[in-house]
Design a protein around this ligand. Structure first.
Ligand SMILES: [Zn+2]
Ligand SMILES: [Zn+2]
Length: 397
């Protein structure tokens, strides 16, 4: 896929900033840091943004960085967001810039997100007298499971100046390099996690009537939980309930006193999410009680549904079509059941989360969180271009 279709001015700008985008992407890839420990990453970002003339604020959510660039107008304030954290994975790519931190890897592409946003930061700093808006760049820690986005919002990332709308990307190996995926409404699912402990009474395997078997009760609960999906949920809605662990027992002839299981729930709306939590509690408590077991439920509501504004998704899609042609625009019909803490920003301000295609026949062919995942940097040009176009053409209704 060539890059020839790009609007000329933006293309020139991207070419001027691309070397820096690549340099930072590789630097971060080689030096990955886990959630809330992105100290070197965060320091490099704030130093660079200051060099580019941004007003920089650090320390949000610990390692978060916010940079503000004043264009020609106070309003609107447009935010662009990147995450910064890596994963506890042993890298198996043979990249020259492979991870130097053992068992830590940028396997979710957050290095690409930072490279793209820093490249755009440079390009925007070169044309700030042409931007009819104020631009706010948000670099957040701990997207992977640790709710860094929620902390950023709590620490005021969307305030002062108050953000009017927000955009962000995730690299997406299901879409080809040279395309961007857009969708109004829900684009990624909510994520809740649960942990349940069942308590019965231990006993001899040959005298079951003298014990209370936590395995038999647990097995019935696990089976019944799937009826939330198959019987309680509208067939045209979507819910996932996955029990990822079930542990019980110490020996073949012992009735175990306890059993534990944990797992995750994904939904696509707030209403469904609340209803599924109620169903979950009722089934666990009800069957446990019927089987004379005590149940202890620990339930954590982690990420909300990521819900794009239809208007902002369409606006961004139209700009992408102008920049790269219609064939680069993927209108996504269905959301991903994965989750993303960009949802927290979208609970407060409208905007759009978008999927940046990276699928190729090499490192971009692997899936997110795979130890070989290594997308091509060419994809960053598409993200940088769209950030620039979004800054130059603020959405208005
Ligand atoms: Zn991830
Ligand atoms: Zn990610």
């Amino acid at each position: 896929m060539s890059f020839d279709l790009l609007n000329d001015d933006i293309k020139r700008l991207v070419e001027r900033a691309f070397d820096d985008a690549v340099r930072y992407r590789r630097q971060f890839h080689a030096n990955p840091e886990l959630g809330y420990q992105e100290f070197k990453t965060s320091a490099a970002i704030s130093t660079y943004l200051e060099e580019l003339g941004y007003e920089v604020q650090t320390g949000l959510a610990g390692t978060g960085v916010v940079g503000v660039l004043r264009g020609t107008q106070e309003k609107p304030v447009i935010a662009f967001r990147s995450d910064m954290d890596a994963l506890p994975i042993l890298e198996k790519t043979n990249a020259a810039f492979a991870s130097q931190n053992e068992n830590v890897m940028h396997a979710c592409g957050h290095d690409m997100h930072m490279g793209t946003l820093l490249g755009a930061a440079k390009a925007l700093s070169l044309i700030k007298d042409q931007i009819p808006a104020k631009i706010k760049l948000i670099f957040q820690p701990a997207e992977e499971m640790l709710c860094g986005g929620r902390k950023m919002v709590e620490d005021g990332a969307l305030k002062n100046p108050d953000v009017d709308f927000i955009y962000g990307f995730h690299v997406w190996p299901d879409l080809p390099l040279g395309t961007i995926g857009f969708k109004g409404g829900p684009i990624m699912a909510s994520m809740d996690t649960f942990q349940v402990t069942l308590k019965g009474r231990s006993g001899h395997g040959a005298q079951p009537h003298q014990g209370i078997d936590a395995i038999i009760g647990g097995a019935q609960i696990l089976t019944a939980l799937q009826s939330i999906v198959s019987r309680n949920t509208d067939p045209l809605d979507s819910v996932v309930i996955t029990v990822g662990t079930f542990t019980a027992g110490d020996g073949f002839n012992i009735i175990p006193e306890t059993a534990q299981f944990n797992g995750t729930i994904r939904t696509l709306s707030k209403e469904t999410r609340n209803r599924v939590e109620n169903d979950f509690r009722r089934i666990v408590n009800g069957i446990a009680s019927a089987m004379a077991l005590e149940a202890e439920i620990s339930f954590s509501s982690d990420y909300p549904v990521t819900i794009n504004s239809f208007e902002h998704a369409e606006h961004a899609g139209n700009l992408a079509a102008e920049l790269f042609g219609e064939k680069a625009v993927e209108h996504l019909e269905i959301p991903s059941m994965g989750s993303e803490d960009f949802a927290y920003y979208l609970e407060n301000v409208p905007g759009s989360f978008m999927f940046l295609g990276v699928k190729d026949d090499q490192g971009g062919a692997y899936k997110l969180h795979n130890d070989h995942f290594l997308p091509e940097e060419e994809a960053m040009k598409y993200g940088m271009s769209l950030y620039i176009a979004l800054a130059l053409n603020p959405y208005s209704n």
